[in-house]
Design a protein. Sequence first.
Length: 296
Amino acid sequence: MSITFEDQTQTQTPVRALPAVALRWRAGWRVLRSVQPGLLLAWLVIATVAAWALVPGAFTGYNPVQGSSGQHLLAPGASHLLGTDGLGRDLYARVVHGAVHSLSGAFLAVTVGLVLGTSIGVVAGSVGGRVEDLLMRIVDVLLAVPSLLLSLSIIIILGFGTLNAALAVGVASVAAFARLVRSEVVRVRRAEYVEAAFGSGGRFRSVLWRHVLPNSMTSVVAMAALQFGTAILSISTLGFLGYGAPPPTPEWGLLIAEGRNYISTAWWLTTVPGLVVVAVVLSANRISVALSKGRR
């Protein structure tokens, strides 16, 4: 009795490689899924407002400072997207053209606070000793004064206007940047690679520029994004109080101040600029949180 063994061949279905286009779409979809909707919306708001400031004429054809006869206090509609004010000026055009004043003022304020605060913090954190004690006591005094009160005091000395308001807000933010930078510099100086750089014969300036500063700026960048929103809010507050840009400049805080007299009959004059300020500030805060956590 003979037993015959037959070879059974198993046919395997070949695995086809995905096309390059499909791989790109899959990688792009993973990137989109990793980006949080709130953060994406925040970047969209900042990008839109920045485009308003750079090319306002691409978004509206109305003159922001000249009104039209018979167009007073019109409600939002097809002809005027956000309505008109008491002088017949298009509110949407004034909001769009006002972005350049608010954003440029906030950028200048953040730059002043970042440069001066970083310089003070780096000197205090790297030199130490009596120099650090003196500088940080000055910072403590500045922090003890409310930022709005300090800004008002500075702008009274300098005079009114968007530029002086931005400088005042920037000086008021120096103390916050200085304290943060000083703490980051002290933390990084104690790291092993910094000690190794000093031990290998590295000069103080070289080690400070190549190792300490680059590794201390992560939190400072997040702080700058947060301060950008705070600066917009502070400049708008000064403009609302009459210490900012003079009329008829379409600055956001001034728009809110001009519309408060019509709050019962033309609510859009104060609501729309106020919502724009709130949206920009919240977006800057959201981006700051993402930067501090190292997320995209």
